[in-house]
Design a protein around this ligand. Structure first.
Ligand code: UDP
Length: 330
């Protein structure tokens, strides 16, 4: 059986990938410090280790105890805004965590590595939708930290023959269709869960960060990609790496939706009014971010299955309704 290490497997995207890997017959070890993750999100058939990648002896112990066929690396600080206020959490901690992991992985002979990367590498795209070949201009210390790790991987491949795949996600969203796992951040910063918290009466209103952008309705356009489609891409990419060839893919729906469109769709799905007011722009927000995922479609046959905004918000709503307080809900 193929045995993989999933760092950050208790987090939002990681837990959906772990669930899929287990259901496809993989043996999974999750390593997570539970800084933002939830142990309840981890599939019961995965081996869970609570630990921090900054703790090198703890990382080395995992590799002393297990022989892995590959690694999927999610564990990271992930907030663009926070990274502008606390850059060293990103420029140092994300990078040191990855270097501890990669040093141990290379010593342990691991030959396949999947990196959870980001659209924040593309702060100045020449063309939208953004193609995989686009020039890299990190938009924040968060994006920079992922780029540093992408560069580490370049050298891991050259020196140790470790094949890698960088998956650069756009806006991960939605929840498992059966509603047993979903998005649970405290505090919450992302648009769809915030809208659904307003629908549940947990927040008074949505503040739309700027309605004066150069877009048809003046609000920012984003490419929302369902977390199950992201999970499928990870499994496909992991299987593909068996040929020893490294890859980099952009992952999105290829369709953009404005904040107003997301809000209107959520109003229809929830049947709630969801009050909204216009606020100031959020620093660092580009007007439009849309992915061109042609490369992964052509190379791996990946296609989003939950491509409509309706499906995305419906699965998220299903999770939020059944878990109004996230994983602490009874
Ligand atoms: N947004 C908003 N109000 C909120 C949260 C987010 O208007 O309370 C906007 C945000 O400015 C961006 C879009 O919604 O234009 C998506 O934001 P999110 O934080 O979900 O993802 P990001 O685009 O930062 O990856």
């Amino acid at each position: 059986m193929t045995k993989v290490l999933v760092t950050g497997g208790a987090g939002y995207i990681g837990s959906h990938v772990v669930d899929m890997l287990i259901n496809r017959g993989y043996t999974v070890v999750v390593f997570d410090n539970l800084y933002t993750g939830h142990v309840e999100a981890v599939h019961k058939d995965a081996t869970f280790i609570k630990g921090d990648l900054l703790d090198k002896p703890a990382v080395d112990q995992v590799f002393a105890d297990h022989q892995f066929d590959g690694i999927l690396h999610f564990a990271s600080h992930t907030l663009v805004g926070e990274s502008m206020e606390k850059p060293w959490l990103y420029l140092r901690d994300n990078a040191v965590a990855a270097s501890n992991l990669l040093e141990a992985a290379a010593a342990g002979g691991v030959k396949r590595f999947i990196l959870s990367s980001t659209a924040n590498l593309f702060d100045d795209p020449a063309v939208i939708p953004i193609v995989a070949e686009e020039r890299i201009v990190p938009g924040s210390p968060y994006g920079e930290s992922k780029y540093i790790i992408e560069r580490y991987l370049h050298w891991m491949e050259r020196i140790y023959g470790m094949a890698y795949c960088c998956l650069r996600y756009f806006n991960a969203s939605g929840a498992h269709p059966d509603g047993h796992i979903g998005e649970d951040h405290t505090p919450e910063y992302h648009l769809i869960p915030i809208i659904l918290q307003v629908a549940l009466g947990q927040r008074e209103k949505l503040t739309i960060f700027g309605e004066d952008y150069d877009t048809p309705d003046g609000t920012c356009i984003r490419d929302y990609i369902h977390v199950m489609d992201l999970a499928e891409a990870h499994v496909l990419a992991f299987e593909a790496l068996a040929d020893g060839k490294s890859r980099k893919f952009n992952l999105g729906n290829g369709k953009g939706y404005s904040i107003r469109e997301v809000l209107e769709t959520a109003r229809v799905i929830t049947g709630e009014t969801i009050p909204a007011v216009t606020g100031a722009r959020r620093p660092g927000d580009p007007a439009t971010l849309i992915a061109d995922s042609t490369r992964i479609t052509n190379e791996l046959g990946w296609r989003p299955e939950f491509a409509s905004l309706h499906q995305i918000i419906e699965t998220a709503w299903n999770w939020h309704k059944s878990h109004p307080n996230g994983y602490t809900s009874k």
